[in-house]
Design a protein around this ligand. Structure first.
Ligand code: ATP
Length: 290
């Protein structure tokens, strides 16, 4: 096999809590990660020349070491002394800098894909270890499904599958830097924290309404005052039948969980009409692990 085409699936956070700041500048988090069926397409082809060549449909994305797919390919080449090169064609559909881990998932696809086309025989655990060198979300993007993420997001515990439901994704036309959001977070004694255990228990009980009612993202305390449009999108989803709606990761993307196709369609149309969000997609829960 000289080439492979893979889907790089996005994630949402059903819960996101920050416990504190570490000495190295990272934050200790507790997050519920969930893969959704919204994806980039990553094609990888072996080449005789030793170079890494990246092409993408988004003109503003870098195609050098600043692209996470390039970094993932370089890591595999260096780590396993691969002499050949790769040509990577990246078709982006996941919004960029959105809180959906698009770049991390692309990198995960390159690790998985190169493992296959170069017959490296690496186990998933090893790929996840390598992925962590690229970013804290990469190990989860390799594993997929539903998981509790602790530490800086790299300590993963697989959870039972999240009950299926339609998911509405809406990204307003603003870019939010993950670093700025974490830096802007002010933790204080007595602060209300999201009920991560409640989300986990509801997942274990296969209780979709329970998941929806316990969802929470502490980073909204930073982003909503900065960008009130996030609150407006949440409200619009709630007014149009969402079980609950919340920001994913450090934002600005908002997702809503819906009880059925009819309700999500109504909310999709209302969002499109409102002009609040630039990108609006209907998606669903993807439970299969890799
Ligand atoms: P997370 O949920 O992990 O915070 P995100 O959705 O906020 O991820 P990404 O879309 O992964 O953010 O990208 C954030 C930044 O990384 C962008 O500013 C972009 O220039 C850079 N980047 C590098 N490689 C990629 C890639 N393959 N896809 C998207 N962005 C990339």
């Amino acid at each position: 096999m000289d080439e492979i085409s893979l889907k790089a699936l996005a994630k949402i956070n059903l819960g996101l809590d920050v416990l504190g700041k570490r000495e190295d500048g990272y934050h200790d988090v507790r997050m519920i990660m969930q893969t959704i069926h919204l994806y980039d397409r990553v094609e990888i082809k072996k080449t005789r020349s030793p170079h890494i060549h990246v092409e993408t449909n988004l003109y503003y994305l870098p195609v050098n070491e600043d692209n996470l797919v390039y970094r993932a390919a370089k890591l595999m080449k260096d780590e396993f002394q691969i002499k050949e090169g790769v040509r990577i064609v990246l078709q982006k559909f996941i919004p960029v800098a959105a809180g959906l881990a698009g770049g991390s998932s692309d990198a995960a696809a390159v690790l998985v894909g190169m493992n296959r086309i170069f017959n490296l025989g690496l186990k998933q655990n090893k790929l996840m270890e390598l992925g962590l060198k690229i970013g804290a979300d990469v190990p989860f993007c390799i594993m997929r499904g539903t998981a509790l993420a602790e530490g800086i997001g790299e300590k993963l515990t697989a959870l039972p599958p999240m009950p299926k439901c339609p998911v509405l994704i809406a990204k307003p036309a603003i870019s939010v830097s993950t670093k700025t959001v974490y830096e802007g977070l002010k933790l204080y004694d007595g602060m209300e924290h999201p009920d991560i255990d409640g989300v986990m228990e509801s997942i274990q009980q296969k209780d979709l309404n329970g998941v929806a009612s316990h969802m929470g993202n502490i980073l909204e305390t930073v982003t909503i005052p900065m960008y009130p449009v996030i609150k407006d999108i949440k409200k619009l989803m709630m007014d149009n039948g969402a079980l609950n709606a919340m920001m994913s990761g450090s934002g600005p993307t908002v997702f809503g969980l819906f009880p059925n196709e009819k309700e999500i369609r109504r909310a999709y149309d209302a969002l499109k009409q409102s002009g609040l969000a630039k990108n609006v997609y209907t998606s669903d829960i993807h439970n299969n692990r890799r």
